[in-house]
Design a protein around this ligand. Structure first.
Ligand SMILES: Cc1ncc(COP(=O)(O)O)c(C=O)c1O
Length: 402
């Protein structure tokens, strides 16, 4: 019998996505008849707008879209993405600098696979979205975390980044608005960080998927546009999922310098080939249309955000800075850890989240997976009534902690 392990070391090292795991557990409990309220989902609770769905139906009827098309994306979609990017963030790119991917996730993976050699370091601000470390690791790179907390609203400073930079640092990952914290970097700080990266010859990979979800006077700034000094060392990641309630359609993209896009397209040509043409045509309708759908969602998210943050901060032991973007709150529950609650003494946010799911039938994502233990991520992309009921249940349970 072979003594070789069945699963490669590279793949064994990948953890299950914590956010999807919590969501799956909550859904299974719901299916078993338990009235679970889930704050785990990272997706808008709205359906995809009708005109986008119609475009897909029409595409499905057209034999042209029944066949393979260019691996890097339909030319008309690449052009529309370049135009939309100019419209929304001011960044000028040619259609040839766009690669259409299977969701923003594939763009993340392919960006790092294309840029990193073994040993190359990437600065990642923690709390970070769970997918980044895995994508960096799979690409052979090394993640260097720059840890932030609620005291700065989860924003990293140039000084912190500089302290983490070494000779091996190749790239900075910049995510604003952020998943999981909802933090949004003000323009001046974005510019300062971008100039620092440019000065040290670093690449900047910027994830702009939440560009349209900012609230209460906060503004989205594209580091790529605001810091022209970055020149051709910037890669933009984006997609239709969050802006147009299209998480299930799986269309994202990467915009970068021609050599990077060509190399990433080569990779994709062997991995997945073209994204489903029907989904690409839906994405074409989305990015060439207006932004009224996201304006409606933004108004609802903003209302829920304010309700959630207020209610969370009323719970003793919970501290929630105001998220300025995306659709997540990231409260600290550090004060509650180690306290007695219904016969248990949860010592980590993971243990506390499990107890909450069992006792209050509320699903939150524990923060271990985001690189900063002691917090929860709660999505406010769910109906207002469920939101109020869920946070009330949470408050009632946590009030018992002694
Ligand atoms: C910060 C961030 N980037 C990228 C994505 C990828 O989205 P998708 O693959 O659904 O396009 C997500 C999804 O949760 C995200 O939160």
């Amino acid at each position: 019998m072979s003594t070789r392990s069945r699963i490669s070391a590279r793949i064994s090292a990948i953890s299950e996505s914590a956010t999807l795991a919590v969501d799956a557990k909550a859904k299974a409990m719901k299916a078993a008849g338990r009235p679970v309220i889930g704050f785990g989902a990272g997706e808008p609770d709205f359906p995809t707008p009708g005109y986008i769905v119609e475009a897909a139906i029409e595409a499905a009827r057209d034999p042209r879209f029944h066949k393979y098309t260019p691996a890097g994306g339909l030319p008309e979609l690449k052009k529309a993405i370049a135009d939309k990017t100019r419209r929304d963030s001011g960044y000028q790119a040619e259609a040839s600098q766009v690669l259409v991917t299977n969701g923003g996730k594939q763009a993340v993976y392919q960006a790092f696979a294309t840029l990193l050699d073994p040993g190359d370091e990437v600065l990642v601000v923690a709390p970070y979205w769970t997918t980044y470390p895995e994508a960096i690791k799979l690409a052979g790179g090394t993640q260097v975390s720059v840890v932030t907390d609620e005291s700065t609203g989860y924003l990293a400073s140039v000084e912190q980044l500089e302290a983490a930079r070494t000779e091996r640092t190749k790239a900075l990952l910049f995510v604003s608005p952020s998943n999981p914290t909802g933090a949004v970097h003000p323009r001046e700080e974005t510019v300062a960080i971008g100039r620092w990266a440019a000065e040290h010859g670093l690449w900047v990979v910027t994830d702009e998927i939440y560009e349209h979800l900012v609230y209460g006077g906060a503004e989205f700034t594209s580091i790529a546009t605001a810091v022209p000094e970055l020149g051709d060392r910037v890669v933009i990641l984006n997609g239709v999922a969050k802006t147009y309630a299209m998480t299930g359609w799986r269309v994202g993209w990467l915009i970068g310098p021609s050599d990077v896009v060509k190399a990433a397209t080569n990779l994709q040509s062997h991995a997945t080939s073209n994204v489903s043409n029907v989904a690409q045509m839906a994405a074409l309708a989305a990015v060439s249309g207006d932004l009224s759908a996201v304006a409606e969602m933004r108004a609802a998210f903003d209302r829920r955000r304010q309700t959630m943050v207020r209610m969370l901060n009323e719970i003793p032991g919970v501290l929630c800075p105001e998220p300025k973007g995306a659709f997540y709150a990231y409260p600290s529950v550090k004060e509650l850890l180690g306290k007695e609650l219904r016969g248990h003494r949860p010592a980590s946010s993971g243990e506390l989240a499990e107890l909450i799911l069992e006792e209050a039938e509320v699903a939150v994502v524990p923060s271990e997976a985001f690189g900063t233990p002691g917090y929860f991520r709660l999505s406010y992309a769910l109906g207002d009534d469920d939101l109020v009921e869920g946070v009330s249940r949470l408050g009632k349970l946590l009030a018992e902690a002694r």
